[in-house]
Design a protein around this ligand. Structure first.
Ligand code: GLN
Length: 378
């Protein structure tokens, strides 16, 4: 059998989580919280199950949840996405991304991907016969609008952007988004804006969502995740927003891919979203964790890069080792007992002489402190 993805192995997240388990290391690799969800939220799921909401939800999502999401988006961005036709509940952000690509990318189409890029982007494009065109973030891991603009051709079908950025931890700002508006104006390029870390933007910066920009909105799939916001990555719950014409195509693929997603959890989320505090408190929670981890890193030989958003802190380890990053991450897990994620797997062509590792700080303070103690022993 000829592989459809000959270059793809097991994701670095699975590899490093398995290693963490095997060697008993503190796992700051794969991005997931190690603290519990709000008991109110689990009680709502339980209640929904007890009330008998255990059969298929409607294909695009539970109407009450679609309504709640429409209200949330309106509240945050002063824009209305129609619950009936412009919002779909998905089995996580990754499925939403896959489905958006599957619905719109034709064989031979080019899709611009900004490296380091989340690892599902390029394989999803390839599976549908598209050609990933890789450009890079610029200095300090900031969005490089000129590089992106230079990659646009008559074959470009889609541009994928991500803010806050995983794995870099940087954000796009209003000026960056305005450049995106300009470069897409007059084209039929679709924008896929991966905003799953929407509520994890720090230091009082606004989240520059594609939703804010009318010219982007009309061509954009905007992707969100409940797992990141409500500390429940294992629920695999997310949603996509898009104008009706795009969402119609999205749903054609969605219905044959997953059909619909977890019913009792949708009931619970619809109710839970009625209290905006449940997502409004998220930035402060994670900013405190970022600061705690960052302060701790000062006592180590790791040199942190700026973390403006997401729950990832990238650090340079060149003062500790000149091993390539994958080897370093594995060695560090075994020898020092802390797992991080190397950055090279997020590049088509990893930069030479780059010694970066990503740590997830979505952890209890005790976990962060224990990890810092180990990171100090370098
Ligand atoms: N989003 C998570 C991260 O970046 C990983 C999820 C996964 O393992 N696919 O760490």
């Amino acid at each position: 059998m000829i592989s459809k993805l000959p270059h793809v192995g097991t994701t670095i997240f699975s590899v490093m989580s398995k290693l963490a388990h095997e060697v008993g290391a503190i796992n700051l690799g794969q991005g997931f919280p190690d603290f519990p969800i709000d008991p109110k939220l689990s009680a709502l799921v339980h209640l929904a199950m007890q009330q008998g909401h255990n059969q298929y939800a409607p294909m695009p999502g539970l109407p009450a949840l679609l309504e709640a999401l429409s209200e949330k988006v309106h509240r945050l961005y002063d824009v209305t996405y129609e619950p009936d036709s412009e919002i779909t509940v998905t089995a996580g952000g990754t499925q939403a991304i896959f489905t958006a690509i599957g619905a719109t990318v034709h064989p031979g189409d080019e899709v611009i991907i900004v490296d380091p890029a989340y690892d599902c982007y390029a394989p999803s494009v390839e599976l549908f016969g598209g050609t990933p065109i890789h450009v890079r973030l610029g200095g300090d891991m900031k969005f490089d609008a000129d590089a992106v603009q230079a990659a646009i051709t008559s074959r470009t079908r889609m541009l994928m952007i991500n803010t806050p950025h995983n794995p870099a931890g940087t954000i796009l700002r209003d000026a960056d988004m305005k450049r995106v508006v300009e470069m897409l104006r007059g084209t039929d390029i679709i924008l896929l804006s991966d905003e799953v870390y929407e509520h994890l933007v720090f230091d009082g910066e606004p989240h520059a969502s594609a939703i804010h920009y009318a010219e982007l909105r009309e061509r954009a799939f905007v992707i969100y995740s409940f797992g990141k916001v409500f500390h429940a990555t294992g629920w695999k719950m997310g949603y996509a927003l898009a104008p009706k014409s795009l969402m119609t195509e999205f749903r054609k693929v969605h219905q044959f891919n997953v059909f619909s997603v977890n019913t009792p959890v949708q009931h619970a989320l619809a109710e839970y979203l009625r209290a905006p505090l449940h997502y409004e408190q998220v930035p402060a929670l994670y900013q405190a964790k970022r600061d705690r981890f960052l302060n701790g890193l000062e006592r180590t030989k790791f040199r942190p890069l700026a973390c403006e958003g997401s729950y990832f802190q990238v650090a340079d380890y060149s003062a500790i080792s000149d091993l390539p990053d994958v080897e370093f991450a594995k060695w560090y897990a075994r020898e020092k007992g802390v797992v991080g994620i190397p950055l090279s797997p997020f590049y088509q062509d990893p930069p030479k002489d780059q010694y970066l590792i990503r740590f997830c700080f979505a952890k209890q303070d005790a976990t962060l402190d224990a990890a810092i103690d180990k990171l100090c022993g370098t």
